[in-house]
Design a protein around this ligand. Structure first.
Ligand code: TNX
Length: 491
């Protein structure tokens, strides 16, 4: 085990020739103030396999010490950290708890993989000596889960959050409504979930359900404990069939469409000329803003093929500013770039082509961009044509394809300064249960996480492949159902 065999690759790794640090039955974890919650999480993570008491105290010897900097270190920012490992102890420093949490994820990967066991193991719990200084390349490192096409219950979303947080992912975007299902309770519009919360895609009748607002708040809290921010998405003006089945007044002719379980896109549209449309949109935006502490609220905006272009632009000009009215920054799929109001929004790039002049123009006018090119980041694309589940409209995406690109320079005309980060969406038309979610997400999610966190200078396929082989032992121990990409020697 070498210092630096970590995913995502740390920014700076300086191994030392000293003896490793050894976790023993006498080790204490020391912390005070705002560092204590992370110290508690670290202790809880290390106790099951070691069987050591690992008390969290204010001070002590043979210690893993977590401390917030007295003087802010500008290099570290909000999420960076410094981890120093000496034979006598481990010192983890950061400006903020998020940085300590990131350092904790690094430290746990430096221990033998048996640390992931849920019952006591006898191992030498050694951590190689040296210093790691680390911070993220991009502020936004995201994953998206589609709860609309198949609902995935909170327990599954939490398992996903657990895995994402280990990879230093800091945003989870939840796609909460689409043609086949509406998955979040909205006061005053009860039929959205009682009628719209059906089984989603597929003929097997599984995939129904919805989040109550209490469920959603609980997910927000759970994510926040792992330093992940939830971004809720309600897709509009297209992808709204489920809402229109529940509330026919949201169509232009007032006639309810039939419920849909197929996977076609582009056929539904809110009626942009009706005032009820904007009452509906504002109710949804206001309520989601109230239960979302994070900065972003995603309004979809993709594939509105049945909304005339002028109506689409007028609609976006009206609804994007509503997000600001309730104190949030709007985000949306790349099509929103057609609306001038998108210059104050975050635009999510999903094209297969590297040329999207409208996005480049919006970025030039001030919009920030999240990179999710479908042929690199879409976790619902098959690994190859033989892997089960998934689609291949954007091609197949094997692990090297997910890894070998640069979010900062991918989209022509979008300068690196405009790129807020990267996100890997997982659409769930074909994913019925959480095992299938895991199989599609892992290991590619690890590649996207490294693109989001690690400096370009650390980008190295051979190194990534080798580190991943080791990282996979954790997935095995945690019973994560991942795809054994043939490029990797899974040890
Ligand atoms: C395109 S990309 C969609 C989704 C589908 C996905 C399937 C985008 C913004 N919209 O509606 O679920 O492809 O891969």
């Amino acid at each position: 085990m070498t210092l630096g065999s970590v995913i995502p690759a740390p920014a700076e790794v300086v191994p030392s020739r000293s003896e490793p640090f050894r976790l023993t039955g006498d080790t204490v974890i020391t912390a005070s103030g705002a560092a204590v919650p992370v110290a508690d999480q670290l202790a809880a993570a290390l106790r099951p396999a070691t069987g050591f008491p690992l008390p969290v105290r204010a001070s002590g010897g043979n210690a893993v010490n977590l401390r917030l900097n007295d003087v802010v270190d500008p290099w570290m920012g909000d999420e960076g950290y410094r981890l120093e490992i000496r034979p006598e102890g481990v010192a983890l420093r950061a400006n903020r708890p998020a940085g300590l949490f990131a350092g904790f994820q690094t430290l746990r990967q430096l221990l033998p993989p048996a640390i992931e066991a849920v019952t006591v193991r006898h191992a030498e719990w050694a951590v190689p000596a040296g210093v790691i200084r680390d911070r993220p390349r991009f502020a936004y490192r995201g994953a998206m889960l589609d709860l609309a096409r198949h609902f995935h219950p909170p327990a599954d979303v939490k398992r996903y959050l657990d895995e994402l947080s280990r990879l230093k992912i800091n945003y989870l975007h939840l796609h909460l409504a689409d043609d086949q299902g509406w998955r979040i309770e909205i006061d005053g519009w009860p039929r959205l979930t009682t009628v719209g919360g059906g089984p989603g895609t597929g003929v097997r009748g599984i995939g129904g359900g919805h989040l109550t607002q209490a469920d959603y708040r609980d997910l927000v809290r759970y994510a926040a404990q792992r330093h992940i921010t939830i971004v809720p998405e309600i897709d509009m003006p297209g992808h709204v069939n489920a809402a229109q089945v529940a509330y026919p007044e949201l169509t232009c002719d007032g006639v309810a469409p039939r419920p849909r379980i197929d996977i076609r896109v582009g056929y539904s549209s809110l009626c942009t000329g009706k005032e009820v449309t904007y009452r509906f949109a504002e109710d949804v935006i206001r309520q989601l803003a109230a239960i979302t502490p994070g900065p972003y609220l995603h309004l979809g905006g993709d594939e509105a093929m049945s909304t005339p272009h002028a109506d689409y632009v007028a609609f976006e000009q009206r609804v994007l500013p509503l997000v600001a009215k309730y104190g949030k920054t709007a985000s949306g799929w790349e099509e929103i770039a057609a609306a001038p109001a998108a210059t104050n929004a975050v635009i999510q790039y999903w094209a297969v082509t590297r040329d999207k002049p409208a996005v480049a123009a919006a970025a030039g006018a001030g919009a920030k961009v999240i990179m999710s090119p479908a042929n690199r980041t879409y976790l619902d694309m098959q690994y190859d044509l033989l892997t089960p589940g998934g689609l291949h409209w954007a091609g197949t995406i094997d692990l090297p394809a997910a890894y070998d690109w640069d979010p900062a320079t991918w989209a022509h005309g979008v300068p690196p300064e405009s790129v807020l980060g990267v996100e890997a969406p997982l659409w769930s038309e074909t994913l019925r249960d959480y095992r299938e979610v895991e199989f599609s997400a892992f290991p590619r999610m690890a590649a996207i996480a490294e693109l989001g966190w690690s400096p370009r200078s650390a980008h190295d396929w051979v190194s990534f492949r080798d580190r991943l082989g080791r990282y996979g032992q954790g997935w095995v121990r945690r019973d994560v159902h991942f795809y054994r990409s043939p490029e990797v020697r899974w040890s």
